[in-house]
Design a protein. Structure first.
Length: 314
């Protein structure tokens, strides 16, 4: 979920695709600052590759997404994230039951991966989080209890938790030195040091196994003029408790004043509090490259404070 990675190489096809930039509106400015880093503190390298014009499906505009092979031992390598997205588009996307970009090529090789996908850049970059939560609930209900049988290669909860815990423990001192952390957010981070593995393991008992997007923030959602919602960036697709997707949606993207409405749109969430600490750990990691005291940082801190408040109330 939410593992911090460098942006992939996005290659224009027919000269029409713009690099997908996150707008600076109130719903999305925090997403613009979300960089990704692997367990060694860096990221998998990316290289630009030119392509010839491609048109598919009666003129559907497309783009290419390239990932170089992840460094050995990094989080993307251990979790096989890039190849998992290829397999998602090959095997799961045709039956997934929610809108995703149409896929025209999905290739994996020893050097990396290549996807040719429908270009949704003319759609709105984000959507109403209540509608997103309702779509996530529909996805989770559809595959509850069936996902492990259909796609046994999907990552299970807790895989890579030691790497994630090590990354958090090494990164926390830098985050803790910020001047914009509220006391309760600082306390939340201190409590997670040495315990992120336990937080990640909480998902194992947080609900029935289903298909999870894994990075269900608003930055990975598009909406059409007809309010159709599409989910993109399936590198962290996995088998797990659906409520973990909801937890990351809240922590990454939803103002605290809207949490109750978004939770209500999703439906019953008896174990939400159990998975919030793991989402909070990822949220704290996301502060690493956000300017201290900036509006983007203030959004993260507010949401993390809400996480702390709900954990305390529970």
């Amino acid at each position: 979920m939410r593992f911090l990675l460098p942006d992939p190489v996005v290659v224009p096809v027919c000269g029409l695709h713009q690099m997908m930039q996150v707008p600076s509106g109130p719903q999305s400015e925090e997403g613009a600052a979300e960089r990704r880093a692997d367990a060694s503190g860096g990221g998998s390298s990316c290289s630009y590759a030119g392509v010839s014009p491609l048109w598919y499906d009666h003129g559907t505009r497309t783009f290419e997404k390239h990932r170089d092979r992840a460094p050995e031992g990094s989080i993307p390598d251990v979790l096989d994230m890039f190849a998992s997205e290829v397999r998602f588009y090959r095997e799961i996307a045709p039956v997934v039951g929610v809108r995703v970009p149409k896929c025209f090529a999905a290739e994996a090789s020893p050097s990396g991966t290549r996807l040719v996908l429908e270009d949704l850049s003319t759609w709105s970059r984000f959507a109403d989080p209540r509608a997103v939560a309702a779509e996530l609930a529909r996805l989770h209900r559809r595959w509850e209890g069936d996902v492990m049988h259909r796609w046994p290669w999907l990552r299970r909860p807790s895989l890579g938790d030691e790497l994630i815990g090590d990354l958090f423990d090494r990164t926390w001192p830098h985050v803790a030195a910020r001047t914009d952390l509220m006391p309760d957010v600082h306390a939340l981070g201190e409590a997670l040091v040495g315990h992120v593995k336990t937080a990640e393991l909480a998902e194992v008992t947080a609900g029935p196994r289903t298909l999870c997007h894994g990075d269900a923030s608003l930055r990975n959602v598009f909406s059409s003029p007809r309010s159709e919602i599409a989910f993109v960036d399936w590198e962290d697709v996995r088998c797990g408790a659906g409520v973990a997707d909801l937890a990351w949606l809240l922590v990454s993207s939803v103002a605290p004043t809207e949490w109750d409405d978004v939770i209500g749109a999703y439906g019953p969430t008896p174990r939400l509090d159990d998975v919030l600490p793991a989402a909070a750990a990822q949220g704290l990691l996301s502060l690493v490259d956000v300017a201290d005291g900036s509006p983007v940082a203030a959004g993260w801190v507010d949401r993390l404070a809400e996480t702390s408040r709900r954990r305390s109330a529970g």
